[in-house]
Design a protein around this ligand. Sequence first.
Ligand SMILES: Nc1ncnc2c1ncn2[C@@H]1O[C@H](COP(=O)(O)OP(=O)(O)OP(=O)(O)O)[C@@H](O)[C@H]1O
Length: 514
Amino acid sequence: MKTIETLEMIDISKSFHGVRANDGINLKISSGEILGLLGENGAGKTTLMNILYGIYQPDGGEIRINGRPVSIDSPRASIDHGIGMVHQHFMLIQNHSVIENIALGYSHSPALFPGKKIRQRIVSFSEKFNFNIDPDKKIWQLSAGEQQRVEIIKALVNGAGLLILDEPTSVLTPQETRDFFEILEKMKNDGQMIILISHKLDEIKKLCDRVTVLRKGRVEGHSDTDSLDNRSLARMMIGRDVVFSFSREKMPRLQKVLDVEDVKVDGDKGYQVVNGISFQIYRNEIFGIAGVSGNGQRELVEAITGLRLVRQGRIRINDIDITNESPRKIHNNGVSHVPEERIRFGIAPNLFLYENAILKQHHQKKFSRRAFLAYGRIRAHAQQLIKDFQVATPSINVQTKNLSGGNIQKLILGREISDKPDLLVASHPTYGLDVGATEYLRNQLLKRRSDGGAVLLVSEDLDEIFELCDRIAVIFQGRFMGILESDDPRIADIGLMMAGTKKIKTGDGADASL
Ligand SMILES: Nc1ncnc2c1ncn2[C@@H]1O[C@H](COP(=O)(O)OP(=O)(O)OP(=O)(O)O)[C@@H](O)[C@H]1O
């Protein structure tokens, strides 16, 4: 392992076409420390870490390792200096084994395929930090948590003394998160340095020794986590107080909007992953689906929004059968969708922001005149959207791929909600959002409900589900383990239901699957 004792970033600046993403940033981390890097969406966290990892070159400033200035002009140089980065989206080749993936990035190899040496190192790290990974398994056979551990091992095998982790728990189940925290503690006690980017304040407080908070490209402050509570952390990040809990008045359910009847759907690998699910959602209702990811919720949502074939059963919106209709027809019948994979399904990355602001809506009368797009109105709509949803961008004339992850997310949400759909289907809508944007989004979902909309919310964040939903279904292996009213005392068993060890008979649509 490389011996990095201290790493400093001094007065780092970086601009993109006049946008100062980093403006004189200072940061320091020492061996055996976990530093939290916090900041609102677009604050400059990813840019700063991309500079440290050699993906971008800074316009000014210096990086010092053990007090000496170093030049990091590529990821290879960064790895050679003992820095490793685990991105939000894993960079692993699915059809290759763990050992093959690690060999591909191995930086010290004299041999063509240094399999034996790598196997030894995987085993030794696994024993030391309890990674529990089979080196011969293919990546596609591994859970998200296991794939993340492979990424970490890959960095450690290359000698990383400093690990950068970008929102590492967003893809993990609660159990995997607990295991992951233990691994990080062990690594820290072994002298490893870790920089953790996260929007989850509890996580930051639990794991990090110190935090550096960025705002609008500058350092807002450095602090020990002991001396901060969630409220003061949030205030540092977004410059105002954040509401952490919402009051949700009870509302009578009105007409039925969505009717899902005994639906069966196949997954990507060709076998059935939604095994006969029935439920209804009404106007003035937020209906939550809780469950560990990979239990069929993604496929169910894709079936409702027209992205996946329904093999059996019917789906109706306002009593109109939309089973296996095109996404466009389903959208025209009043369904909007905030997809789980936003960059892939939510935007066209190379189009301008104002074009993405009306994606799927361009044929509507307000945006087109005969065969032509009404660009004046489209631009005005985009301006309003970025104002209402606080999308941080220099203008509406930028390619959407250049927005920060959280701001892309806000743009999609704004577009879908402003369409005032009868049914809004939102998959993990607050993932990647800062605390201020999360608060705003949750308020918007509640507003959609009180304006007479129906909302289907799929989330792994139980706090979010409890906070927002009128009824909660728990999905396990493609079946509902029960549908509960939010004030049902049996809600305490939700963990058991998520793990598949308890079913609850509720006299609702869920019975069809019990
Ligand atoms: N390649 C790029 N081209 C143009 N602008 C960019 C580029 N990368 C980042 N930016 C801009 O720099 C600013 C900082 O973005 P960055 O991705 O670093 O923020 P972040 O703190 O990581 O945000 P998030 O929490 O949303 O991921 C944003 O205004 C973003 O639009």
